[in-house]
Design a protein around this ligand. Structure first.
Ligand code: FES
Ligand code: FE2
Length: 461
């Protein structure tokens, strides 16, 4: 008799049984890490590369995670993904990024060759092998499942997993409205963090930390917070005049721009600066509405005049649900604001280390020349070269990982109202480890992907 959902979930070690409490071992236990490696990562859509990394035919990039390696390559028939192992004796065919338009992939060991699509085109001394070993399909590179969205290639090792779009859910439409597929890199950084990959992600899954971690933003946040600390939470109630309120909005967005080295683009800040003395109604809340309406309109007009493929920001602000942080389970983030975005991708390295990448993404004027970074600039996590905000976020993480081991720490305790996303995606991981049906997991992912600042919710199991 097949096991019930509850029985399957019960077998997950360090399972989240109380959704408000996350067991500490999930962030360092080697066996739990192995279970993620075996039961989670091979079944999810992983953001393998930005398509702008491989603009020309023959361009390839290697995507690695937990020992797996896939080549994502642009061919004349579109972008393909190939498992990166020579079919003779397994040597990796390429590392990093490059262009193989001339020669295809040539194995450095015995010289077997493959074209861009992975088809074997040469076996040295063919006659020395048994004929049945050289079946064309068998000696060609094995394709990996790949689908595209948002200007990126996503790979999945599971041929039976629901499609990428089914797994993303409504987040895809929300970001399509913001022309996510046309965003281009402004810069790209990477760092190795001394923390579990989930711990690193969770620093970006709630806004509750802003008060202490990013005090410069908290102070300028004209809408204050919704944590019930400042009377009803609205800084607008601090008695600011309408003019001061507008200035505060401009200061906030400018500080966000400099603090992220992007997210609000410099050209957008220039437009916002001109709104400091716009006519505003006396009521600060009405002034806020008027300011944002005008800001959206002026930034759209300015961008269009420069040939930027901008969406109608005001229309999107009205019609499309806004999430300051959009998460795409299991490891990809986009942070929309006006026309630009920040983006993160996180990969596990060991139970207590991970690779964290950040992009600043912008919509560029059509035809504008720019140097697309070919690889991230890799910095130590405590480098002062990181923009202010990621520096602040990274500064807490090593202490948090150490604190988990410090003694008598059994569970993270979550706000059921504001830290719900953390609980939701952690319980989804349990669903993967338990081996639940893939369509239930995809539905769970859709719910998780809408959770920033949201409550703990039912993810379907
Ligand atoms: S391992 Fe590649 S040709 Fe031998
Ligand atoms: Fe932060």
């Amino acid at each position: 008799m097949s096991q019930s959902t509850e029985e399957l979930l019960d077998a997950v070690p360090f399972r989240v049984t109380n959704p408000e409490l996350i067991p500490a071992e999930r962030y360092y236990d080697p066996h739990f890490f192995e279970l993620e490696k075996e039961k989670l990562w091979p079944h999810v859509w992983q953001m393998a590369c930005r398509l702008e990394e491989i603009p020309e035919i023959g361009d390839y990039v290697e995507y690695t995670n937990l020992g797996k390696s896939v080549l994502v390559v642009r061919t004349k028939n579109g972008v393909k993904a190939l498992h990166n192992a020579c079919r003779h004796r397994g040597v990796k065919l390429a590392t990093g990024a490059g262009n193989c338009a001339k020669q295809g992939f040539v194995c450095p060991f015995h010289g077997w060759r493959y074209n861009l699509e992975g088809k074997n085109t040469f076996v040295f001394g063919k006659q020395i092998f048994s004929e049945e070993l050289l079946d064309q399909a068998e000696i060609s590179l094995q394709p990996c499942r790949v689908e595209f969205w948002g200007g990126c290639a996503f790979i999945n090792f599971d041929d039976d997993a629901p499609s990428l779009l089914e797994s993303l859910g409504p987040v895809a439409e929300r970001l399509n409205a913001r022309h996510v597929d046309q965003l281009k890199m402004d810069w790209w950084y990477a760092t190795e963090l001394p923390t579990n990959w989930k711990l690193a992600m969770e620093a970006f899954q709630e806004g509750y930390h802003t008060m202490k971690t990013h005090p410069q933003l908290h102070q300028l946040s004209a809408l204050g917070n919704s944590y019930g600390i400042d009377s009803d939470g609205l800084v607008l109630n601090r008695g600011l005049s309408a003019r001061d309120t507008v200035n505060m909005h401009v200061d906030f967005l400018a500080r966000l721009s400099s603090g992220m080295g992007g997210m609000v683009h410099g050209t957008e800040v220039a437009v916002l600066e001109k709104l400091r003395d716009m006519d505003v109604p006396e009521d600060p809340l009405a002034a806020t509405m008027a300011f944002y309406a005008r800001a959206h309109e002026e930034i759209t007009v300015d961008a269009r005049a420069r040939g930027v493929p901008i969406f109608d920001i005001a229309k999107v602000a009205q019609e499309v649900e806004f999430h300051a942080v959009e998460f795409m389970f299991p490891h990809y983030f986009l942070l929309p604001m006006m026309g630009a975005m920040s983006s993160y991708r996180i990969r596990p390295l060991t139970p207590e280390t991970c690779l964290f990448e950040i992009w600043s993404l912008v919509l560029r004027p059509e035809g504008e020349a720019y140097d697309t970074p070919k690889a991230p600039i890799v910095l130590p996590y405590d480098s002062s070269e990181f923009p202010e905000i990621p520096q602040q976020d990274y500064s807490n993480l090593p202490l948090q990982q150490e604190g988990l081991h410090a003694g008598e720490f059994k569970f993270m305790r979550l706000s059921k109202q504001h830290e719900g996303m953390i609980s939701n995606y952690q319980r989804l991981i349990d669903g993967y480890i338990a081996g639940l049906e893939s369509n239930r997991l995809a539905r769970g992912a859709q719910i998780v992907n809408a959770g920033f600042e949201g409550p703990i919710t039912d993810i379907g199991f």
